[in-house]
Ligand binder design. Structure first.
Ligand code: NAD
Length: 271
């Protein structure tokens, strides 16, 4: 069994990871870490996740926890992740990092640490989303410039930014495949007298409504036919399952910086 630690164990993703680990045949939860001083310290991580006691009490000392785990899974906030990378580096502990919002300098720090320890870092751990990126790349390569590309995403009413990072990545994948610069061809929403569509543009449309976890569609529309590739997230469990796959992958690497395309072997599929 691979021993896994979860930092931010009482957070939304932390609880989902603890839940997903209950079912794993390759990984076991060996440490759960939370912010020092929180009332959850000393509480059973399984009880916090709502899956029943699992005997792992939430701790606040990452250095001690690192001694008990092969891979640390970190879905917290950028400054915390940066500090955790330093601890993991000193302890030789491998990492799966899901935290978003890291700036250029922080990402460089992760890259430098990955020269010594194995790190999987991805802004989206969903296996389905990463498959969708590849499917969009294949479709763009086949369809070329004869099809108009429109990307639509829908999220819950609490999301504060648009378009979603995943929609932007979809646009980047398609633009790169078609030899376009997304910064120059992206069109965000349309209103009023827009004129005819420029065939080179890639359109983005965002819906914000209710409790939608996250839907993404990339549409390739030609004359007389269209293709739509859609991914729908129904819960956070898809991110957790992807992160667990990444943990199994990381455990087998000595060092290096990897993403979900590496974990899923998608880089070797040439289009
Ligand atoms: P959350 O706020 O529910 O959870 C974060 C947890 O980190 C909290 O429980 C908090 O107490 C804990 N924390 C804060 N400081 C800490 C410290 N010093 N030590 C230990 N724990 C500490 O947030 P969330 O929704 O679970 O998201 C967490 C991160 O994961 C965000 O950056 C989010 O964008 C990202 N995320 C990434 C993916 C992906 O696929 N890569 C998917 C979902 C969320």
């Amino acid at each position: 069994m691979i021993n896994v630690g979860v930092v931010g164990a009482a957070g939304r993703m932390g609880k989902t990871l603890v839940t997903a680990l209950q079912e794993s045949k390759e990984l076991q939860l060996s440490a759960a870490i939370e912010q020092a001083g929180l009332p959850v310290i000393g509480t059973d991580a399984g009880e916090i996740a709502g899956v029943g006691a699992n005997g792992i009490l939430v701790a606040e000392d990452l250095e001690v926890a690192c001694g008990q785990v092969d891979v640390l899974i970190d879905f917290t906030i950028a400054p915390v992740t940066v500090a955790n990378v330093a601890v993991c580096l000193s302890q030789g502990c491998k990492m799966v990092i899901g935290t978003t919002g890291l700036d250029e300098t922080e990402r460089k720090g992760i890259k430098a640490a990955a020269e010594t320890i194995a790190i999987v870092h991805a802004s989206n751990f969903s296996v389905g989303v990463n498959a969708t990126f590849k499917l969009a790349e294949i479709a763009a390569a086949i369809l070329g410039d004869d099809f108009d590309v429109e990307i639509t995403e829908a999220h819950h009413r609490h999301k504060v930014d648009a378009p979603s990072g995943t929609a932007v990545t979809l646009g980047e994948v398609v633009a790169a495949t078609l030899g376009r610069d997304l910064g120059k061809v992206a069109v965000y929403g349309r209103e009023g007298f827009t004129g005819e569509r420029d065939r080179q543009t890639i359109g983005f449309n965002s819906i914000r409504a209710g409790d939608i976890v996250g839907d993404h569609t990339v549409m390739f529309a030609g004359d007389g036919e269209r293709i739509e590739i859609t991914h729908r997230a129904q819960s956070r469990m898809n991110f957790a399952m992807g992160a667990l796959r990444a943990a199994v992958f990381a455990a087998k690497q000595d060092a290096g910086l990897f993403d979900m395309q590496d974990v899923l072997g998608l880089k070797s599929i040439n289009v």
